[in-house]
Design a protein around this ligand. Sequence first.
Ligand code: SF4
Length: 326
Amino acid sequence: MSSPYTHAQIVEILQAPQAEWLKQKAEQACIREKGKGIFLRGIIEFSSYCTCNCLYCGLRCANRQAGRYRLQPQDILQQALAIAATGIGTVVLQSGEDPDYPAEDIAHLVQAIKDRADIAVVLSLGEREPWEYALWRSAGADRYLIRHETADADLFAQLHPGKSLQQRLDAQRVLKSLGSELGTGFIVGLPGQTAATLAADVLLVREMGADMCGIGPFVPQAQTPLAGLPAGNIELTLRLIALLRLTCPNINLPATTALATLEPEHGQKLALQAGANVIMPNFTPEEAGGQYAIYDHKFAVDLELAIETASQAGRYILWDGALKND
Ligand code: SF4
């Protein structure tokens, strides 16, 4: 089935003076397709080491001022079980591209979580070798998040030294071929990005058949080459969430932390009212969490706030996780 919106129509919507109708239509579509429940994904940022040098990210390897830490598997397990005990149904284990965290250790960790909790495990560890994806999948990992960041191949190459969009899309294809659910995403407000680029992002997400897509505004980080640039536009981000909901009705769309960072009072609520259906409260241990500074002033979305945000948007939380009985 073809997309309900052509590339030209998406560009027109993104450039229109207002588009309240779009967000309302997307919220209705979300409730019709996914119900009123909001999924929670508890996130643990377990390593801030990264071998990449993405121009927008505070964890880039060239940033000598970044705080670096690496949590031990037993500490991650304990935190994942704490997430399951709250009733949250998904844990997301996220890190920079950290090849010094052995793939085997990750696999054992995934297996230990699945043995002890009824909870989906999502990995978000960047580009790794196909055998590593396969190992983690066979250990029980349910999904993998790896954002394509921008559908513009030239812009992608400029922002990610030594990497290519094609390489990223190939990684996504490998993950899908392993039967893994695939999460992608892109940044709104990158230098040189146009409405045409963003329309291509929407259509690319549809084409790849992603199960999830995180859309966040660009947030500058002081120790990166993009430090002086303005942040991404919130209204544009909300329109893109709405367009994704209408273009891929079944997809899961998080109300991203980047939106909460730029608009702490209402950012995530507005996203839920534009078609989002996921919130990702952060469960990184406090002593480490402040150092996972991919951008500045990253907002701390905790469980209490996630519940409150859902309620403010007229929605409720779906509790679908649990510890297993011994
Ligand atoms: S965006 Fe991800 S891969 Fe790039 S530098 Fe930051 S943590 Fe590393």
